[in-house]
Each structure stands twice: as structure tokens, then as C-alpha cells.
Design a protein around this ligand. Structure first.
Ligand code: PEP
Ligand code: MG
Length: 837
């Protein structure tokens, strides 16, 4: 948020101070305030980036302008380089054309300009006069120091008089690739100098040093000589700074810069077992590295708006994507390290690349729509990069593609789910929407640089049978398209450029898995009856109608969890009651007389809804999600429950509420249900349950029981909350194990309290974990709800178990210290009942 510096007055021009540095902006405002002698002027500061680093941010500037705006208008003063671009973007972001009209971006020097502008504004000058005052702010100083007008002799060059020239040698092993180039560009943008670069070794250039897309086209490799041409007030500083940075290899650590490592990353991992990512979705994936490309976009389908409207669309998409990248960058910095996260700075830089945006704007001016203008401008950059001689730098076209795809997603509302070909998708992270819409025929596996096994995107990959490993580290993002790669999503192994021998091994594993799956599938339609005759319901977790069809075909005894939120993602508004009714009914009918449990909307946490305004939360998993958000957005909940009541009149379904922590929430949700049911009342067949995901709910389970027909334990969330280990965070993924006796004790408490009253199911990922199944059944769980594809193997696992033995195992497990001990206990006790998935 912009900082408001003065109490509000209505009749004076407002002033916005845009600076890379909050400290500088505050000091300048203090200085100007000294001159005002307590006369009030509204001044707002927009300085620094949201992550507290130096820089300027268009959204902050927009906020600041809107804060000090009045019918008298606003004058904006800026410091260096990209501040001007950000201020221009901010103007574009302002929706109200009247407000935009009355803003003047002043080219005046920040400090001198601010002082005179503030004095003029305080004196009641209009905005044009204030801007004119600011612009002439240097006159006094110029007169005083110039030989004709002043008494002091000076040898300072004027702003444009000199062009400074110098050369440096690139010492980085991969040349000026994304990170060092981004560093160079951001430093140059912060100076008041026009800097150009020429590659003397290849003759490429000169190109503006303030444009990341152009710096990449220099093709600057290790050992190349680069010429710097700098003009402007800070030309000398720019040269000195650039030379020093080049000497320091643009602050790349030694291994990245190429000092201490003999081989680039592809070769380090080539043929060996690579670093060990986390197992996330079982199965073997063998293929070539592929990326997400932009989905085919219906460029010409929508009518093209006026240029101003189309440009506005681009601006909004830029803001959107910038926020997304900021978020991923913050997660990457936290989970993997600040240095690795800098790859995203290059992505951010592209989003404010002057050359790129100018090209987009020009195309829009020539009549293109936002989407085709963006695609066209990006293609130019991609082609320039793709023509570079060096394969490593050429590979950086990936960065352009990644950002380009994100922009198209935002511009069109369609997730970028098209892969660049059949193979193993390698990406930084996946959103749940992307995972849900990946083309199964293309995706032979997924490797994520970040992420964790219990994130929703990974759960979806699992439910779609796509082998996956996560937390593989950012180096995988440097793998060239087409590199051969194999993964074992069950063990977490990843091998880059495998030898023939390794390939044969993985193929053999895949064949063995296939044989076992075939055996399990042959009996999938039969009930899961334990050795001692207990019938356990093995139901499916679903996110769509297609999942329902697949799960019913895989022998599921019903659906224990329909994650309805997936029908709300990837669209620009919530489905209405009719549409929901159709979707829910189709799912229910797929299962005939088998019970289907719909969970009400569970958004928040790692599942944002683009059309719900959700403020950024420091700890979204501890925040406004699940039933908390639904109760606050009663309209959404009511529509959903109305649709479910309609379906319940025609099929045997249940409804359950997520993330309940106290009885009042359940009661309120039931009141919304009664209201949504209308005059006919709640259908008799509709069973009402809740998820136990919050430890407090498990501990207080007795208070809920009289109001429930069933309970479903969400072990994914229950585990993250019990062990204080965020489910999306790879750094604590090993700790977040549902077999921890702390979690098991909570489940035991729930089962004991519900015993003889209502059934208890488990629908978290633990329900499909071969080691967890005997413990859960031993604690008294009667239903396991798992991804459709896991149904046959989970049924096979149940058939091999004796529940009396499971009860003893569970009792012993509760006494142990951690999940590893429990896993050890299970594997030694059930050595003759091998794990089947
Ligand atoms: C859970 O938390 O275990 C659960 C099933 O819900 P979700 O994974 O959708 O949060
Ligand atoms: Mg949950």
C-alpha cells in the first residue's frame, strides 16, 4: 500500500512520489514538508517492491494516485529508469478515465521537483502549474553552476554531452543467461543513464541494456568481449557498476558461474541417479523433457475491442501474472533458497520489458487484439533467442515461453495445459487447475522443481495416474527440451539421460507394476472383504464427471469425496444452481445406487478462485478457507446446497463440510442447508456429514456427533495441522506423515467416539497408503476413499489383512514415537502381506 504522508485536504493538487527506495522517498517528502510550514498538501509514496527490495511497482503507484486523487488532479514525480515505465503502467491500470485524465507524470528531477511542486500545490496552483513549477526546478541550480550565469567554474559535462565507453569480458560459464542478464538489466534500469551493449566478439548489438529480451539476443557467452556505451547523468556510474558486476560474474555463486564445477547441470546429472526428489505419484515415467506451452488460443473468436480496451486487458493480465510469479518466487525462496528463486526475477523482468511492451502496444494500435498482439510480440523474442548459437542460452527461450503461457492463461482464462509434446512435464510448480486439465495422452510423468506430495495439484496428478516426483530442485528447469529422462514416482527416483542399462531396469519395473495392476483390476468389482470377513467400503475421490466414470469402471464402491471446488476453478464465474445440478447429478448417476459424498466448496489455501476476491494471507492454510469462506460467502454455499438438495431427491447422496473447527460452524452450515432446501425441506435421503481435518474438531468430536450422519477424516489437512507442517512445503514433507502417532491418536479418538453411532471414513491420501491401511482399519475406520485408479490395489490390500491383527498393530502404533517407527512396525508385522501399490 502507498503511504499517505499528510492529512487529507480536498482542494489542492495531490502529489505522488515514486522511487526505487522507500527511504529516499520518505526523506524527499520530509524535505519538501519542511518548506510547507504546516500547510497541508496530500503526498503519497509508492516506493520499493512488495518483497521489500528496491524497485517500483505499478500497482503501488496506482494505489498512491487513487489515494491522493481529487478533482484537482495529481502530479507524479519519479526517480530513475523503470520508475517511469511503472508510472505509465500505473496510469493504464487506473480504471476511471476521469481520474487518469487528471494525472500528470512529471519529468522533473525527484528531489528538486518535489520541493517546488509541494510549495506550488500548497499555494493553490492547479496541476498544470504544479507540473510546470516542478519541471523548472533545476533552473536555479543550472544558472548558478553554468559558466555564463554563475560565479563558480565547473567542468561537469551536461547530461548528453558525453558518451562513456568501456568493455568487459563475460566470465560466467553460461554467459549472460537469465539470472545474470536479469541482474544486469535491473541494475541498469535503476540508473539515470542510457546504456547500450555490443558483443564485440560476434558483432551483435548494440542493444539497450534496459531490455532483458534484447540482452539475451547478444548471445554473450563465456569469454566474449562486451562493449558498454553509456550516456546521461549517471553514465560513468553505470560503466563502473557494470564493470564491477562483470568482474563478480554478476554475483552468481561460483558453481553457477562455472568456476568450481567442471560440467554444466545437464552433465552433472547425466546418467547418474541425480538428486533425490520426493515420491509423489507412483508409476514409472520414461520420456523426453517437455514443458507447458501456451494452450491453443481462440485468437480470433472474441470480437476485438478498441485499442484502449485491448491494452487494458494486457495491463490487467500483467498485474495478474506478476502477482502469481511473486507468489511462486516467495515460495521458492523460502523452500529452496534466495539464489535459486532469482530465476523468477528474469520472468518478472520480462513482464516490464520496455521493448516487448512497446511492441505489444504498437500491434494493438495497428488493430490486433490483446491476445494476438501478445503472441506476435513474444514470438519475435522467442525467435531471436532461439537463433542464438549457444544451446544453453537458446534454452532460455523456455523462460519466455513460460511467461508467455502465463500471460495467455490470464488473458484468455484458459490454463496453459498444452504440453510441448508427449513426454515428461518439467515445471516449477503446477496449479490444481493445470494438473486437472493436463492432457493425459501427453503427460507420461511430471517432475516439479518445487511442490510437495500432498499439494492439490499432485493429488490430482495421482488421481489421473500420472507418475510424479516433486521438490526436484530448480536445476531441472534448466534441462533442455527433449532431454531423455526417467522417473519412478513410487520411490522418488529421477535419472537424466539414463544409460541403456538404467532404461532396461526402469522398463522392467514398469512391466512388473503393470502385471500387478492387471491382477488387482481383475477383482476390482468384488467387495473388499478382509481375511476375517469384514467388509470395507473402498470408494473414490473425484474432481469431475470424467473421474467418476473412470472410478466407477475401476470398481469403486461409491464416491467418498467429490471435491466440488474443481468444478469452480478455471472459469471466470461460479456455476449457477442449474449447471451445478446437472454436473452433480451426472456424477451421482454414474454410481447408480452407490453412495456419493459431495463436499461443499473448499477453496482458499492452495486453491484460489480467480473470481472471489481473496486478500493475500501470510499463512493461507491457516486462513480463510473451507467452511470459513463458504459461510462468509453465503450465496455460493446456498446455491451449492440448493443444487445438492435437488440431486438428493433423485439419487443417494451425502453432503459434507470441509475444515470445520467448531460446532457453531456446522450448525450455521446446516441452517444454510435448510434455507437452500426450500419449502420441500431437506430430502430424507440426504446424509449430512463433516470432515475432520482440524485437530480441535477431532478432540471435540463428541460435540458434533448428535448433528452428523457420518464423518470423513481428511488426513492431508489433519496431518499438516497436527504436525505444523504445511502440506505444500517440500522442506517439511517428510515430517508431514499421517502415520505419526499424534495423528493416529486423533483418528483413534474420533473412531472411539463414533463407534456404534455413525460410520467413520478416511478420504485423505493415507487411505491409499499400503502401510497406513492396516492401521486405519485397526483403529475402526470402515471406509477408505482413494483416487479412482487406486481402488483395485486398495481392495487387494484389504483382502490380505486380518482386522484383529490390524487392531493389535494399531494399538502398538499409538505408543510409538514417530511415523518412521510406525512404518517399520507395519512392514515387519506384515512382511508376508506385501505392499501392493
Ligand atoms: C484432506 O485434507 O485430507 C482432504 C481429503 O481434503 P483436501 O485434500 O481436498 O484438502
Ligand atoms: Mg482437506
Amino acid at each position: 500500500m502507498a503511504e499517505q504522508e499528510e492529512a487529507s485536504t480536498t482542494q489542492l493538487v495531490g502529489i505522488v512520489v515514486v522511487s526505487h527506495s522507500p527511504a529516499l522517498a520518505r526523506a524527499a517528502v520530509d524535505l519538501a514538508s519542511e518548506m510547507l510550514h504546516e500547510r497541508p498538501v496530500r503526498m503519497a509514496i509508492a516506493a520499493g517492491l512488495p518483497d521489500a527490495t528496491l524497485g517500483t511497482d505499478a500497482v503501488r503507484i496506482q494505489d498512491a494516485i487513487e489515494e491522493v486523487d481529487s478533482p484537482e488532479g495529481v502530479v507524479v514525480l519519479m526517480d530513475l529508469g523503470s520508475a517511469v515505465l511503472s508510472a505509465e503502467l500505473a496510469l493504464d491500470l487506473i480504471e476511471d478515465p476521469e481520474v487518469r485524465e487528471r494525472v500528470i507524470l512529471s519529468p522533473a528531477p525527484l528531489v528538486e521537483g518535489l520541493v517546488v511542486a509541494a510549495v506550488a500545490a500548497a499555494g493553490g496552483a492547479d496541476r498544470k502549474e504544479v507540473a510546470a513549477e516542478a519541471q523548472s526546478a533545476l533552473m536555479g541550480k543550472t544558472d548558478h553552476l553554468s559558466p555564463s550565469g554563475g560565479s563558480t567554474e565547473t567542468s561537469q559535462p551536461t547530461a548528453d554531452s558525453a558518451q562513456e565507453v568501456a568493455t568487459f569480458v563475460v566470465h560466467n560459464r553460461h554467459g549472460l543467461h537469465a539470472r545474470p542478464a536479469a541482474r544486469l538489466v535491473s541494475e541498469m534500469r535503476a540508473l539515470d543513464a542510457t546504456v547500450q551493449l555490443r558483443n564485440l566478439t560476434t558483432g551483435a548489438g548494440p542493444i539497450p541494456a534496459a531490455s532483458l529480451s534484447r540482452v539475451a539476443t547478444l548471445g554473450a557467452l563465456e569469454g566474449h568481449n562486451i562493449e558498454i556505451l553509456a550516456a546521461g547523468p549517471q553514465a560513468q556510474e553505470a560503466i563502473e557498476h557494470l564493470l564491477a558486476m562483470a568482474e563478480r560474474r554478476f554475483d552468481e555463486p561460483a558453481d553457477q558461474a562455472g568456476d568450481d564445477v567442471a560440467e554444466p547441470i545437464q552433465a552433472v546429472q547425466r546418467g547418474d541417479q541425480g538428486n533425490c526428489p520426493l515420491a509423489a505419484s507412483s508409476g514409472i515415467g520414461i520420456g523426453s523433457v517437455r514443458r507447458l506451452s501456451s494452450a491453443p488460443v481462440p485468437t480470433d473468436e472474441a470480437p476485438i475491442g478498441a485499442p484502449a480496451e485491448e491494452w487494458q486487458r494486457v495491463i490487467e493480465a500483467l498485474t495478474d501474472v506478476r502477482r502469481d510469479i511473486d507468489r511462486v518466487r516467495a515460495v521458492a525462496a523460502r523452500d529452496v533458497g534466495e539464489h535459486e528463486a532469482r530465476i523468477f526475477d528474469a520472468h518478472l523482468m520480462l513482464l516490464s520489458d520496455v521493448e516487448l511492451l512497446d511492441d505489444v502496444k504498437r500491434r494493438i494500435g495497428d488493430g490486433d487484439g490483446a491476445v494476438s498482439a501478445w503472441i506476435g510480440a513474444l514470438e519475435v523474442i522467442e525467435n531471436q533467442w532461439a537463433e542464438l548459437d549457444d544451446p544453453y542460452l537458446r534454452g532460455r527461450a523456455e523462460d519466455v515461453r513460460a511467461v508467455g503461457a502465463q500471460m495467455l492463461t490470464s488473458l484468455t482464462g484458459t490454463p496453459a495445459v498444452a504440453m510441448t509434446g508427449v513426454g515428461i512435464l518439467v515445471a516449477a510448480e503446477l496449479s490444481p487447475a493445470q494438473a486437472a486439465e493436463l492432457d493425459r495422452d501427453c503427460a507420461q510423468g511430471i517432475v516439479l522443481a518445487f511442490g510437495s506430495p500432498s499439494s492439490h495439484a499432485v493429488i490430482l496428478a495421482r488421481s489421473r495416474g500420472i507418475p510424479a516426483v516433486v521438490a526436484a530442485g530448480p536445476d531441472v528447469l534448466d534441462l533442455a527440451e527433449g532431454t531423455s529422462i526417467v522417473i519412478d514416482g513410487g520411490s522418488g527416483e529421477l535419472v537424466i539421460q539414463p544409460s541403456e542399462e538404467a532404461l532396461a531396469q526402469f522398463r522392467e519395473r514398469a512391466a512388473e507394476l503393470g502385471r500387478r495392476e492387471q491382477q488387482d483390476r481383475a477383482r476390482a468389482d468384488e467387495s473388499a472383504v478382509s481375511v476375517d470377513g469384514a467388509v470395507i467400503t473402498v470408494a473414490a475421490n473425484l474432481g469431475s464427471g470424467a473421474d467418476a466414470t473412470a472410478a466407477a469402471a475401476a470398481g469403486a464402491d461409491g464416491a467418498g469425496l467429490v471435491r466440488t471446488e474443481f468444478m469452480f476453478l478455471s472459469r471466470d464465474r461460479a456455476p449457477d444452481v442449474d449447471e451445478q445440478t446437472r454436473e452433480y447429478l451426472a456424477i451421482a448417476e454414474t454410481f447408480g445406487d452407490r453412495q456419493v459424498t459431495f463436499r461443499t466448496l473448499d477453496v482458499g489455501g492452495d486453491k484460489p478462485l480467480s473470481y472471489l476476491s481473496m486478500p493475500v494471507e501470510a499463512n493461507p492454510f491457516l486462513g480463510h478457507r473451507g467452511i470459513r469462506l463458504s459461510l462468509d460467502r453465503g450465496d455460493l454455499l446456498r446455491d451449492q446446497l440448493a443444487a445438492l438438495c435437488r440431486v438428493a431427491r433423485r439419487a443417494p447422496i451425502s453432503v459434507m463440510f470441509p475444515m470445520v473447527s467448531k460446532l457453531a460452524e456446522l450448525q450455521e452450515a446446516r441452517e444454510v442447508l435448510s434455507a437452500a432446501a426450500g419449502p420441500e425441506g431437506i430430502p430424507d435421503r440426504l446424509r449430512v456429514g463433516m470432515m475432520v481435518e482440524v485437530p480441535a474438531a477431532a478432540l471435540k468430536i463428541g460435540t458434533f456427533l448428535p448433528h452428523l450422519d457420518f464423518i470423513s477424516v481428511g488426513t492431508n489437512d489433519l496431518t499438516q495441522y497436527t504436525l505444523a507442517s504445511e502440506r505444500g512445503n517440500p522442506a517439511v514433507a517428510a515430517l508431514a506423515d499421517p502415520l505419526d502417532p499424534g495423528v493416529l491418536r486423533l483418528i483413534q479418538q474420533v473412531c472411539n467416539a463414533a463407534h456404534g453411532q455413525i460410520p467413520v471414513a478416511v478420504c485423505g491420501e493415507a487411505a491409499a497408503d499400503p502401510a497406513a491401511i492396516p492401521i486405519l482399519l485397526g483403529l475402526g475406520v470402515g471406509e477408505l476413499s482413494v483416487s479412482g485408479l487406486s481402488v483395485p490395489s486398495v481392495k487387494a490390500r484389504v483382502r490380505a489383512l486380518d482386522l484383529t491383527q490390524c487392531a493389535t498393530l494399531a494399538k502398538d502404533a499409538l505408543e510409538l514415537g514417530d511415523a518412521a517407527e510406525v512404518r517399520h512396525l507395519v512392514s515387519s508385522a506384515l512382511a508376508d502381506a506385501p505392499l501392493t501399490s
